[in-house]
Design a protein around this ligand. Structure first.
Ligand code: MF3
Ligand code: CO
Length: 260
């Protein structure tokens, strides 16, 4: 199903989007060397409750996972890139952490993911991976104008990731979002410009380029959820929820303090 939001729904989606972004930034600020992934999950649950929102994850049981997710945030460390199930692990200096977070508030969902390096060490390869997904996300947002097609977004993402020298995996990508987290249309991270569903004002999309340094192949962890790079290489993921408006894509998941 594809939802086209009315102005009242869009206004509520803006509130949810801002909340998602502010919680992600608060979690990032609290995350230090030695922080346990289960601490981050608990903080996320507390912040959701304090905001009067609901987790899109905790009861979610899609075909690509094993049973309900049972947690409030995805935490992917280093080679873990998507659907990272929080577990008892304390973060080390230089770890590349991905946080992916979605909630519903007043009936509207929003979904966003950030990647950052924990501690003081700045491994250049990790910095480059993160920058590539952020630049691909910027290109995706720039392509998401009314009248453009899903394929224009897909081609923009693949072009940035490919130019940076990374293989592109198309098993998981972006998606429509609205009153629920996962809707049509699917937004593949590679595709042909000019093809696919035509974008129009009121459409809300989660755009989410992700990348693995040296492989396009994923493996599923024994936990039944976490997707890792098949080679053990590092990975990154950047996601925003945007609304198509007459003026272009409005980013809904920017924090109150502005772009991080
Ligand atoms: N937020 C993820 C996405 O970007 C979905 C995570 S589903 C979960 O689409 F169950 F793993 F949490
Ligand atoms: Co998403």
């Amino acid at each position: 199903m594809i939802e086209i939001l009315n102005p009242d729904e869009l206004a509520r989606a803006r509130v949810t989007g801002r909340l998602v972004a502010d919680i992600l930034q608060a979690l990032k600020a609290r995350t230090k060397v030695g922080t346990n992934l289960l601490d981050i999950d608990r903080w996320a649950a507390e912040m959701i409750a304090a905001a009067g929102a609901r987790s899109c994850y905790v009861d979610y049981a899609p075909s690509f996972g094993r049973g309900p997710f049972g947690h409030y945030i995805c935490t992917g460390v280093n080679d873990a890139v998507l659907h990272g199930l929080p577990y008892d692990y304390s973060l080390a200096d230089g770890d590349l952490l991905k946080l992916d977070f979605a909630i519903t508030k007043d009936g509207m969902a929003a979904d966003s993911a950030i990647s950052f390096i924990v501690g003081e060490t700045r491994p250049p390869e990790s910095v480059a991976l993160i920058r590539a997904t952020e630049q691909a996300l910027d290109a995706a947002i720039a392509a998401a104008v009314p009248g453009a097609r899903i394929g224009d977004i897909s081609a923009a993402i693949a072009s940035v990731l490919g130019a940076a020298g990374y293989p592109v995996n198309t098993e998981f990508g972006g998606h429509g979002i609205g009153t629920t987290m996962h809707q049509d249309p699917h937004v593949p991270n590679a595709g042909r410009a000019g093809r696919g569903y035509k974008l129009r004002p009121g459409l809300m999309l989660a755009l989410e380029p992700w990348v693995m340094a040296d492989t396009a192949q994923l493996v599923t962890d024994a936990d039944g959820w976490t997707l890792r790079s098949a080679t053990g290489c590092r990975t990154a993921h950047s996601e925003h929820t945007v609304a198509i408006t007459d003026g272009g894509a409005e980013i809904l998941t920017l924090p109150s303090s502005g772009p991080a």
